[in-house]
Design a protein around this ligand. Structure first.
Ligand SMILES: [Fe+2]
Ligand SMILES: [Fe+2]
Length: 228
């Protein structure tokens, strides 16, 4: 297998990982197609299939718990859907700039407001909003240290989001963004199938095969170890 460059930067293997090419020949090939260690995905995968078979279980659980919290609070379906998807990039693709990657993944399939909120929740999380009782997360002090300050581009994105008409939708993600990560409080994706049916335009060909501008991103999660 070749490890994606994004995962080897800063590691010794970044300089050597292509050495494997010299060892290939009859009976020894690079991985292409289904990774035998992963559950095989259905031919026409749905959002729920990614929750069940691909996402990091802890992050999938975090998404489900956040959406459940928003639903119990009686919030609009737009907010519940945004909560269900807000960390989807961390669940299946990359962590750095996860709000932006996540928004890109879902934009062809959700309302514009959901995409906006997912993109912007990432920067909104750094900034308190007393009007709704949102404080800088204690967890971030633990994660990044007490003296961490977001860089300028994050501050600029925050200033822009603050004045946007959908600001509160993004803000409500951060309010329902639970850091419980309680593995015992498991909520199944089944509990959201109705909501997904109403709010997520699932392509009939399956995610990854609808020829949308982001189909390749879903295919990468189906076959994350494809060499090319
Ligand atoms: Fe997030
Ligand atoms: Fe989150």
């Amino acid at each position: 297998m070749l490890t994606p460059a994004i995962c080897t930067m800063g590691e010794d293997s970044h300089r050597t990982q292509y050495d494997v090419l010299a060892t290939l020949g009859p009976g020894r090939h690079l991985m292409m197609g289904d990774d035998p260690r992963l559950p095989k995905m259905p031919d026409r995968p749905t959002l729920a299939d990614f929750f069940r078979h691909r996402f990091v279980p802890m992050v999938a659980n975090h998404l489900l718990q956040s959406a459940e919290l928003a639903r119990r609070a009686g919030l609009d379906e737009t907010v519940v859907m945004a909560c269900l998807l807000h960390d989807i990039a961390m669940a299946g693709l990359v962590t750095s700039d996860h709000g932006y990657w996540g928004a890109q993944l879902i934009e062809p399939y959700v309302g514009e407001e959901v995409g906006w909120a997912v993109r912007n929740h990432q920067v909104l999380r750094y900034f308190p909003d007393d009007s709704v009782g949102y404080r800088y997360p204690d967890a971030y002090v633990r994660y990044f240290g007490a003296d961490y300050r977001p860089p300028d581009h994050i501050r600029h994105a925050y200033d822009q989001a603050r004045g946007h008409r959908w600001y509160m939708t993004g803000r409500l993600i951060t309010l329902n963004d639970v850091y419980g990560f309680d593995p015992g409080a498991a909520v199944a994706i089944d509990a959201f199938e109705d909501l997904i049916g109403r709010r997520f335009r699932q392509p009939k060909e399956g995610l990854g095969f609808d020829n949308s501008p982001v189909a390749h991103m879903w295919r990468t999660m189906i076959w994350p170890r494809n060499s090319l």
